[in-house]
Design a protein around this ligand. Structure first.
Ligand code: PGA
Length: 254
């Protein structure tokens, strides 16, 4: 059976390298005896070159963003090959905060996704409807998938992860409870789209995970009751003990 994914999104935290190193170490310790889970930490760029110093290599590293071009005159940007070259395996693309604060549209997200795939890393494509859009959830997810995955072929999607994140459920933008039934119906929309677009074999290979106020009390339920492949954890991933409990609860599912 495939490992369940637990992906931490630290966002713009913590404030010092010292704290980041402590978080890496503690998460690594917690992941040590959980062979059936893959723990990924998506840290700010400035902490991602620490991989050789992380004692316990039980965790994988991911970025929270990257640029769509490989190199050149793009002041302030970081490319997918740069991330690959420092040992990064995953990149979050199209997070709702990037869409909201930096105006990232699906077409731009599609170019970033291609860059991540081109660098042979695993893209975590975030999609989800906003508050007030629940009635159109299906149409919105299908549009974000169609445009985000434009021109991507079936043989390119085996490393793709789609993270369903209803924006209204994210702790810092509403934090409403998303029932497992609702999350399940959204995951079915996503799976159906993937199978229709890429065929049963390739469409079923894509991992679908859930994000939005995940904590140690609900992480296992989101996976068990929706048959999703993991969780993306924001705020709770910055609380050492809580994140440890999330890893333990997911490891105990199988
Ligand atoms: P949250 O964040 O777990 O704090 O709701 C999730 C996310 O924004 O990815």
């Amino acid at each position: 059976m495939d490992k369940k994914l637990i992906i931490a999104n630290w966002k713009m935290n913590p404030q010092s390298l010292k704290e980041a190193m402590r978080f890496f170490e503690v998460a690594g310790e917690n992941a040590k005896n959980s062979k059936n889970v893959e723990v990924v930490i998506c840290a700010p760029f400035v902490y991602l070159n620490q991989e050789p110093k992380i004692k316990n290599k039980e965790i994988k590293l991911g970025a929270q963003n990257c640029f769509c071009e490989g190199q050149g005159a793009y002041t302030g940007e970081v490319s997918a090959p740069m991330l690959k070259n420092i040992g990064c395996e995953y990149v979050i693309i199209g997070h709702s905060e990037r869409r909201r604060y930096f105006g990232e549209a699906d077409e731009f997200i599609n170019r970033k996704l291609k860059a991540v795939m081109g660098a042979r890393m695993k893209p975590i494509l975030c999609i989800g409807e906003k508050e007030g859009e629940k009635e159109q959830m299906k149409e919105i997810l299908e549009k974000q998938l169609a445009e985000g995955l434009k021109d991507i072929k079936p043989n390119q999607i085996s490393n793709l992860i789609v993270s369903y994140e209803p924006v209204w459920a994210i702790s810092t933008s509403g934090g409403q409870n998303c029932s497992t039934d609702y999350a399940f119906s959204s995951s079915l929309v996503i799976r159906k789209f993937l199978i229709n677009s890429y065929g049963k074999y390739s469409g079923n290979k894509v991992k679908i995970i859930y994000g939005g106020s995940v904590d140690s009390g609900n992480a296992a339920a989101y996976i068990k009751e929706t048959k999703m492949d993991g969780v993306l954890v924001g705020a709770a991933s910055l609380k050492e003990e809580e994140f440890g409990k999330i890893i333990k609860s997911v490891a105990e599912i199988m």
